[in-house]
Design a protein around this ligand. Structure first.
Ligand code: HEM
Length: 440
């Protein structure tokens, strides 16, 4: 006899949404203490079943028995503004698109993106010394958007690049609103207009990108996707390319911005780690770092991992049950929304030593706490939908740190703690006031 999943409905319609936004750590802890690692609650009128253990992560993300749909889960929030992105596809259709989407993420392409990003990151970071007071979150958001327009779209420093940026910002802002009804120039209407602009922008350039002469010293994701072909010579349709490009920019932007904010907050709180990273970065002799050199930066990689453990940009990952199924004796019903939680499993005391402490060395080869269970550490998800951009994200974060720490000591008052807003993508709710002290 299967057990019924225990849980709480919370407030009418809102359920536990407000409690989650106020302090997701506390809500997870309370619900875990009351109900255990399998429970349900409600968010914005929807029932959500939560599986909080590494075993739950594996059950949902690997999905060996094909119980879950990523498409139906993400369609709820992303269908109108970001239709047909990779996360909004399942099964064979997803496999086909994912394989073709591999081209822009190969190591030779990544190495070219790194080379292209150096001067822009260096210039932007240097200019930050002029800003006072300095809020890290909007500054890094602006930089990652400019980089995305250059690296993803292949355009920079033009009126069109500015229009791409503005349209994209409107589109992403629209994805955050609760009232999804376009009227009188509201955020949702501006988001739809942004999408229409981007559709036209990408659509009108596809043919030229497909035919453009191959230049091995230049690369942008848009051109790579236009040219991508399967072994059988099949490529993407124009609409596929448009949908993938718009989705890709969204998937990359706020996540990287979020992780850079968490990394820089952690470094400001733990200045000894800034010294260690500067020592590591000293192996690079000039102000241009290469793909290979970033790969050698082991400690910087550990700091990135640890910041993502404490502050995963996606604190929760949803799926939609497409069949009745069972997890550890509990009945999960067809049609239910099922969530796994990077945020909670990343703080489980049974896996992580002093889980609330920032301790990058927990990931080194000797301790390897993340290897205790294959699905204990899931900032990038797992299984078929595991983040396609994880390597790019790591490179970009390391590269920004390399440039930033050359010029500045990052500081926050000793009693400062970053207030973390968990949804829709985790971020500092105070925009992260950080002091940048110019190094002598
Ligand atoms: C630290 C930064 C990032 C984090 C934490 C992150 C996290 C994630 C997670 C958790 C998923 C899986 C969602 C699910 O299973 O439902 C995902 C999927 C995805 N991410 Fe990322 N991401 C990051 C950066 C990026 C970047 C930079 C790109 C592109 C350049 C990117 C592109 C994608 C794509 C295309 C998918 C969908 C994969 C699929 O469905 O097959 N991400 N990401």
């Amino acid at each position: 006899m299967l057990k019924t999943v225990p849980g709480e409905n919370g407030l009418p319609w809102l359920g536990q949404t407000l409690a989650f936004m106020r302090n997701c750590n506390q809500l997870y802890e309370t619900m875990y203490q009351r109900h255990g690692a399998v429970y349900f609650n409600r968010f914005l009128g929807q029932k959500a079943v939560h599986l909080l253990s590494p075993e739950g992560n594996e059950f949902v993300l690997l999905d060996r028995d094909k119980n879950f749909s990523s498409r139906l889960a993400w369609n709820r929030s992303l269908k109108e503004l970001f239709p047909n992105g990779l996360m909004l596809r399942d099964g064979d259709d997803h496999r086909f698109h994912r394989r073709l989407m591999g081209a822009p993420f190969k190591s030779d392409a990544l190495a070219l993106y790194v080379d292209a990003m150096n001067p822009d990151i260096d210039a932007a970071v240097q200019a930050w010394s002029q800003r006072s007071p300095f809020l890290f979150y909007p500054a890094i958001k602006e930089l990652t958007l400019d980089l995305a327009t250059k690296i993803f779209v292949g355009e920079s420093l033009s009126d069109e690049a500015n229009d791409v940026n503005t349209s994209f910002v409107d589109l992403v802002n629209a994805a955050m609103v609760i009232v999804r009804y376009p009227m009188l120039g509201n955020k949702y209407q501006r988001g739809l207009a942004g999408r229409a602009y981007l559709e036209e922008h990408f659509g009108s350039r596809i043919e030229a990108r497909r035919k453009s002469a191959y230049n091995p010293s230049e690369a942008d994701m848009f051109t790579e996707i236009c040219r991508a072909q399967s072994d059988e010579g099949e490529g993407f349709s124009d609409q596929d390319i448009i949908d993938h490009m718009i989705f890709l920019m969204m998937a990359a932007h706020d996540t990287t911005t979020s992780s850079l904010s968490s990394v820089c907050f952690a470094l400001a709180k733990h200045p000894q780690w800034q010294d260690k990273l500067r020592e590591e970065h000293a192996a690079v002799e000039n102000n241009s770092v290469s793909y290979a050199q970033l790969g050698d930066m082991q400690l910087t990689g550990l700091v990135f991992k640890e910041a993502l453990r404490l502050y995963p940009p996606l604190p929760t990952i949803p799926r939609h049950a497409i069949r009745d199924c069972e997890f550890e004796g509990y009945a999960i019903k067809r049609g239910e929304q099922v969530h796994v939680s990077p945020y909670f499993t990343h703080r489980l005391a049974s896996i992580w030593k002093d889980p609330q402490c920032f301790d990058p060395l927990r990931f080194d080869k000797q301790r390897a706490e993340d290897k205790i269970h294959r699905h204990a550490y899931i900032p990038f998800g797992g299984g078929a939908h595991k983040c396609l951009g994880l390597k790019f994200a790591e490179l970009q974060v390391k590269q920004v740190l390399f440039h930033l720490l050359r010029y500045y000591q990052l500081e926050v008052p000793t009693d400062y703690e970053m207030p973390y807003q968990p949804a829709p993508i985790g971020k500092p709710s105070d925009a992260l006031p950080l002091s940048l002290k110019t190094l002598g």
